[in-house]
Design a protein around this ligand. Structure first.
Ligand code: FAD
Length: 290
């Protein structure tokens, strides 16, 4: 079942996001974490696409492996960074031949050392162009795109960012998966704004349970997400105790996900960061009817 069918027919769609492991050891560990996560019967699993196409084959290897081993629907992420249209099309041909029926279509971040995004010659400038390319040449692919409850860091305004999100949906995206956020009020405001703008596809919250304060500081500084004051205070109160920080993070994510479920979200996309423990604890602590 493609991801668009899943959101159209399932009461609650559960998805997990992985990234390509860098070493053989990390790859073996990932297999064990994926096995643990499969107990929650995800509707699909995705794998990110590294900066500048550095993980092109690895991204496809990871999703193909999950698809074959668990007969689970998968989506490969794809960015415009460093690729010509011909190279993007070649990735899509490769993905299809390996049983991948869904793409998370992204522009990608500017390469390290570059402050603004510049497409390569013969490449694409924005994700809406990538969605258009996929829809034109591979009409059967399910397509997810990124949405930003706290506005994309480079956007000229929140309103412009929403208009640009709408371009992606108008170009043929089936679903919007959001950037991480830690205050559900921001998500509900974003969802309402999308609705006002006539964006009718499912808006799926992206959840990253915090497992360590330094790690989340690094992530939020890059993507522009904020930590609510009380949550930040609780993490700070845990001091250098990594286990205590993780407890606070799991507790916060569990409350966040239960509230989202109660408010009728179409599903939740977990940024699992190739580990199973925190996501498993969050899922074990919420009540979902599927
Ligand atoms: P776009 O939608 O193209 O937007 C980029 C900026 O340009 C925004 O400020 C937008 O307002 C503006 N804009 C968009 N369209 C137009 C237009 N037509 N005209 C003028 N302005 C426009 N990064 C990776 O490198 N690999 C991954 O695998 C990856 N996976 C992700 C998965 C999810 C669910 C999310 C939320 C993010 C992911 N990212 C990934 C990060 C993403 O690549 C960055 O946030 C990137 O900076 C923007 O990508 P985008 O697809 O949202 O870009």
């Amino acid at each position: 079942m493609s991801i668009s069918q899943a959101y159209a027919t399932e009461r609650f769609v559960l998805s997990f996001e992985l990234f390509p492991p860098k070493t053989a050891e990390a790859e073996a560990e990932l297999s064990q974490h994926v096995a643990a996560l499969m107990k929650f019967r995800p509707n699909f699993v995705t794998c990110t696409y590294g900066a500048g196409g550095s993980t092109r084959d690895k991204t496809l290897d990871v999703v193909e492996q999950v698809h074959r081993q668990y007969d689970c629907e998968v989506a490969a992420h794809l960015t415009c960074v460093g690729s010509t249209v011909a190279e993007l099309l070649s990735f899509l041909v490769d993905a299809r031949s390996r049983g991948v029926a869904n793409i998370v279509a992204l522009r990608g971040d500017p390469p390290r050392g570059q402050s603004d995004f510049r497409p390569v010659e013969g490449g694409l400038s924005y994700a809406n162009e990538l969605v258009e390319l996929i829809r034109g040449d591979f009409p059967d692919f399910g397509i997810a795109v990124a949405g930003y409850p706290e506005t994309h860091v480079e956007a000229t305004s929140a309103e412009d960012d929403l208009v640009n999100l709408r371009r992606k949906v108008d170009a043929g995206a089936d679903v919007v998966i959001t950037q991480v956020f830690y205050d559900n009020a921001l998500f509900y405001r974003f969802r309402d704004s999308c609705e006002r703008l006539g964006i009718k596809v499912p808006i799926v919250p992206g959840i990253l349970p915090v497992t360590s304060l330094p790690q989340i500081k690094r992530i939020t500084s890059m993507c522009g997400a904020t930590l609510p004051g009380d949550f930040s205070d609780q993490l700070a109160a845990a001091g250098d105790d990594a286990e205590a920080q993780c407890e606070v993070g799991v507790h916060h994510a569990t409350a966040q996900v239960q509230d989202l479920i109660d408010q009728g979200v179409p599903g939740v996309h977990f940024y699992v960061l190739n580990k199973s423990q925190s996501t498993s604890r969050v899922l074990g602590g919420v009540s979902i009817s599927r």
